[in-house]
Each structure stands twice: as C-alpha cells, then as structure tokens.
Design a protein around this ligand. Structure first.
Ligand SMILES: [Fe+2]
Length: 303
C-alpha cells in the first residue's frame, strides 16, 4: 500500500559512448544500446545523449492503483499536473524538470548473499581455510540501484514535491548542508536533494553484496583508469553504508555501496537533525575538494 522501490533512472550525458563503456566496466549489463541491467533490479539505467549531464527521469514502483490516486490528489493540492493511466502516473518535478513515473509493479525480492565466514577476536567462523574474499574471482556486479542525489536551485520546493506530492518519507535531515535523506522503500535513502546553483546529478549509488565487493569492484575500476577515483573507501555516517565513489566520463559520480541502514518500522526509527554520526563519513579518506560541489558545477550553471 505504498511506494516500495526506486525502479530506474535515465541520465543525459554528452559523449554517451564513453559513458556507456564506463557503466559496462562498472558491472552493469548493457542489454540494448544505452539500457543497463543490474543483477537483481532489471533495467535500471538508461544513458541518453544530451548537451549537458543531468538526471532526466526517475521511476518508482508502487503497490497498487490507490497509491497512484493518492499521489495524483497530493500533487493536485500542490498545483502540479499529473498524467494518469491505469498503471502509471507521470509528472515533472517543477524545479529540476526531472520526469517522474510512478508505476504499479511487484515488490523486488532479492536472493540473500552468502555471508563471509569472517574471523574476529573471540569469534572464529573460519578455520583451516583461506577466506574466499582473498581468492581470485570475477569482478563483483551491482545487485541493484540504491539511490540518487541531485542538486536543485530550490531544494525545499523539490523536497515538497517528493514528500508531500509523491509520498516519499524523510529518514534524516542535515541542516548544515541543507540536505534531507528521502526514501521510497525500506532503504535509509533512495533520494537526496541538495541546494545547488543549477539542477544536476551529483551521484548514483549501486548496492553491492558486502564490503569486499565494494572494494574489489572499485579497485578494479581504478586500476584500469586511475582518474576514475573520487572518494573511498569509507563508511558514511548518515545511512551507515560503506562507499567508494568513482567519476564517469561525463562527470557524474557513481558509488558502490553496501550495508545501508534499513527502516522497516517507521515508529522505531528516529529522524534526526543531528546525530553522533558525522553526516559525511564515520571513517574514510579526507573528503575531496570537488566532492560536495563538483568542479564543473559553475560551468553547468552558466550553461
Ligand atoms: Fe550516496
């Protein structure tokens, strides 16, 4: 009876061929030109040629037609028009222009990954055997799309669209950077909107099995092209997930992540404007200068 899933995104980029090659290396499977699948999530990324890099569209899975009706009525109260069919509702986010589609579809059920037999003081899970994490294996692949972070010239209005209009929930807020972590599933966040001088795509994040999968996949990407490295390896404070960020050839950041907080019980989770957690990283390398405000952002704002 609600939103349950970040289904897919479409990004626009200049130099689409190089960007497509990046996401093939990243571990997504290009099933048709510019259309990419994850292991569990089906087709979750489209790459389209565009004059400048940006998020063009975002699709969310909902349980039933009542969810569409509710979102349509809420958008109408905000004065935002939506286009309705039996199984979809389409609208444009008024500030960034991102096209949004809510679609009735089944919930995603993921096959559990096999936990690593890890040894620790007082807890021996593996004896007389090498860790499988140390053995050679194929490059790990993303299980599914996790979240998207965008900049908006009116972040408050953009958030109102997603929260009051579509029914996204707020998981945490960080007033210092003007950020709110929003979800359309049990993930701690599927969408973050930050204030920016121009609407742009900050990063996409892709769920991996575990810390080793994050490290192994990102290390392989960086070994192939060192300039891809942005920030990692670390663990975020808000959301708790392990992260390693890379840069695609158009300038969008792409994050491998694992072990994100899950919010199953709305009442049990405490939305916090400030927690003991550092908003950016519990640990990790220093935040790079061009992370929060990417180097091309003023050029994007100038058009
Ligand atoms: Fe992220």
């Amino acid at each position: 009876m609600s939103l349950h899933r970040l289904r897919s995104i479409t990004i626009g980029v200049p130099g689409a061929d190089a960007v497509r090659a990046f996401y093939r290396d990243f571990g997504l499977v290009e099933t048709r030109p510019g259309c990419f699948e994850t292991l569990d999530g089906g087709e979750q990324l489209r790459v389209e040629p565009a004059a400048r890099r940006n998020l063009l569209a975002l699709a969310v899975g909902v349980d039933d037609a009542d969810d569409l009706a509710r979102a349509g009525a809420s958008l109408a109260r905000l004065g935002i028009a939506a286009e309705r069919s039996e199984r979809t509702l389409r609208a444009s986010e008024p500030v960034t222009g991102v096209r949004i589609e809510l679609a009735v579809e089944p919930r995603l059920v993921q096959k559990p990954s096999t936990p690593l037999e890890a040894n620790a003081p007082g807890r021996t899970l593996r004896t007389d055997a090498r860790s499988r994490a140390a053995l050679a294996c194929d490059a790990p692949r993303p299980r599914r799309l996790g979240h998207v972070v965008i900049g908006s010239t009116d972040a408050a209005a953009s958030r109102r669209f997603f929260v009051e209009g579509l029914g996204f929930r707020t998981s945490d807020v960080v007033p210092a950077i003007g950020a709110a972590f929003l979800r359309c599933s049990t993930d701690h966040h599927n969408l973050l909107i930050q204030p920016a001088p121009v609407g742009f795509l900050h990063h996409t994040a892709w769920e991996m099995d575990d810390l080793d999968a994050v490290g192994r996949a990102a290390a392989a990407m960086v070994a192939a092209e060192p300039a891809r490295h942005v920030w990692g390896l670390g663990r975020h404070g808000i959301g708790s997930n392990y992260f390693w960020y890379l840069r695609d050839p158009a300038g969008n950041f792409a994050e491998y992540m694992a072990d994100l907080d899950v919010i199953a019980d709305e009442e049990a989770w405490k939305v916090a404007a400030s927690t003991d957690a550092h908003p950016l990283a519990a640990w990790g390398p220093p935040v790079p200068a061009g992370f929060l405000a990417p180097e091309d952002i003023m050029a994007l704002a100038r058009g």
